[in-house]
Design a protein around this ligand. Structure first.
Ligand code: BES
Ligand code: ZN
Ligand code: ZN
Length: 514
């Protein structure tokens, strides 16, 4: 999908479809909806007023109104998109609104469309806080790109409904706003594409996206983006004494992949500057191993590499946004399979750090590969660690499917994350990770065990396990098991892989000076 940003009057822009946003400015409880266009164009107002006055369009979030041949306007169609109440309007509704425009047009065979940049000055100031145009523009680009993604790539009767061109048309503003709109737009295109790249990896079935294939696609992306990339085989994993990673992969005939990516800023940061490490769980299929999972929903376990995909997507965005900070990414990718050679409950293994682990359940494999990935990142010089993983079903039980879990051993690093991620519209909730939970992973026979002693607080037990391998290095763990896959279609986004964490991790990286 191509994207374009233009500064001109949207009503005089020739396009098959122009999307324009509207909000409901009514305030009182029980007051009837009062739609208002986020545009100062008289032409567009004239076209929509009868519909607004009649009460047929209420401007609820995601509501649409399609008008053909609006009088005195160049667009062939006008699509009014509701963003909901003014008082609850934020960048998130704008992102969704842009998505609705694209997902409305595609199935109708309209592959070229335009979105009118919302003008908050169309409303009086008391009704609405001004939306920063940089963020608005970025959200429109992201929302449009995210909406273009579909999951049905293997259907023989697939119709290619990909949008070809989405233009964002902003009425000429002052030069400073124009510059901000331009920068935001360019960032949004980078982030939207990076998120879709991550989603495309997660969408692939396990027989296509093996660890080898994940390594190949990652190396290809890195070559295109000018990132350094090494894809290591089992030999390196054994040479590094990654006993936890090796235990998980040993039940599968598919070779594992240890992927190491590096981003170096153009101007070398000062000695002692932060080195950030992005570590991803890349289980391309999780059967549970010898502690095998039930058949129901096992097919979904192809998305057990969504943490890895988030990091690979973030690295693509980082390569293009060029922050002044060193970044590396470690992906531990393998399958978790039952086999005569597979690791077993009761086994005791030794991780790269030297810690011994009693295996109680082979389905708790993500924490094992991450234990070695996190430790390896430290040996490569990482000063700050962040990992993303579809780690536990328990995080969904704790938080539902809306918020991902955030665990950390460091308040300062968490503050960095919490300060910057909200603008992305992604949702994270901080969970406890204090040493009094360590009891849950104590083993009788080894240093620790790989599952909690009780079924309570399963997501915390997993986080406590990872904490054993980060030591004093500031670290954030994102458990995205409940949020990396969306079960239902939304008016602004297809069901399937969400691409969660790509945007937030990228923002976190950008918050560090070199
Ligand atoms: N990949 C799963 C976690 C998961 C569950 C991701 C549901 C997405 C949806 C992970 O490897 C796992 O199986 N965890 C176990 C841990 C248990 C054995 C302690 C779980 O959550 O049941
Ligand atoms: Zn598992
Ligand atoms: Zn898993």
């Amino acid at each position: 999908m191509d994207t374009k940003l233009l500064f001109q009057d949207p009503a005089s822009f020739a396009t098959p479809l122009l999307a324009v946003f509207a909000v409901d400015i009514s305030v009182g409880e029980g007051e009837s909806p009062s739609p208002a266009l986020l545009s100062t164009s008289d032409t567009l107002a004239n076209a929509t007023t009868p519909w607004f006055d009649s009460g047929e369009f209420k401007a609820a979030l995601g509501e649409t109104l399609l008008l053909h041949s609006p009088a005195n306007a160049k667009p062939e169609r006008l699509l009014v998109i509701g963003l909901g109440k003014t008082k609850s309007l934020s960048i998130q509704e704008i992102r969704k609104g842009a998505g609705v425009a694209v997902r409305f047009a595609k199935p109708r065979g309209i592959y070229e469309l335009a979105i009118a940049f919302p003008e908050d000055r169309a409303l009086s100031d008391e009704r609405m806080d001004t939306l920063p145009c940089h963020h608005t523009s970025r959200a429109i680009a992201e929302g449009a790109l995210i909406a273009d993604f579909d999951i049905d790539i293997y259907r023989s009767d697939r119709k290619d409904h990909a949008a070809r061109l989405v233009s964002v048309v902003a009425k000429e503003a002052d030069t400073q706003s124009q510059a901000e709109i331009q920068t935001g737009f360019e960032e949004g295109v980078i982030l939207g594409n990076a998120q879709n790249f991550a989603r495309s990896l997660v969408n692939e079935p396990g027989n296509v996206l093996t660890p080898t294939e994940l390594g190949r696609r990652t190396a290809l992306m890195c070559a295109e983006q000018g990132l350094q990339c090494d894809v290591h085989s089992i030999d390196k994993i054994l040479e590094l004494k990654m006993g936890a990673f090796a235990a998980v992969t040993q039940g599968s005939p598919e070779p594992p992949a240890l992927i190491v990516m590096r981003y170096e800023p153009a101007v070398a940061p000062a000695e002692g500057s932060p080195v950030l490490a992005l570590v991803g769980k890349g289980i391309t299929f999780d059967t549970g191993g010898i502690s095998i999972k039930p058949a129901e929903n096992m097919d979904k376990m192809k998305y057990d590499m969504a943490g890895a995909a988030a990091m690979i997507g973030a690295m693509q965005a980082i390569a293009q946004l060029k922050p002044n900070v060193r970044v590396m990414s470690i992906i531990c990718s393998c399958e978790n399979m039952p086999d005569g050679k597979a690791f077993k409950p009761g086994d005791v293994i030794t991780a790269m750090s030297g810690k011994t682990i009693e295996i109680l359940n082979t389905d708790a494999e993500g924490r094992l590969v991450l234990a070695d990935g996190l430790h390896y990142a430290k040996t490569l010089g990482a000063t700050h660690l962040i990992n993303a993983a579809t780690l536990t079903g328990a995080i969904g039980v704790a938080l539902g499917l809306l918020n991902a879990g955030l665990f950390s051993n460091d308040d300062e690093t968490t503050r960095h994350f919490l300060d910057v991620y909200p603008a992305t519209g992604e949702k994270f909730w901080r969970m406890p990770c204090t040493d009094d939970y360590r009891e849950q992973i104590k083993s009788q026979i080894a240093d620790i065990m790989n599952t909690g002693g009780s079924r309570y607080g399963g997501a915390i037990s997993a986080a406590m396990f990872l904490k054993e391998f980060v030591g004093d290095t500031p670290w954030i763990h994102l458990d995205i098991a409940g949020t990396a896959w969306i079960d239902d279609n939304k008016p602004w986004q297809s069901k399937g892989p969400s691409g969660i964490a790509v945007r937030s991790i990228t923002e976190w990286v950008r918050s560090y000076p070199g």
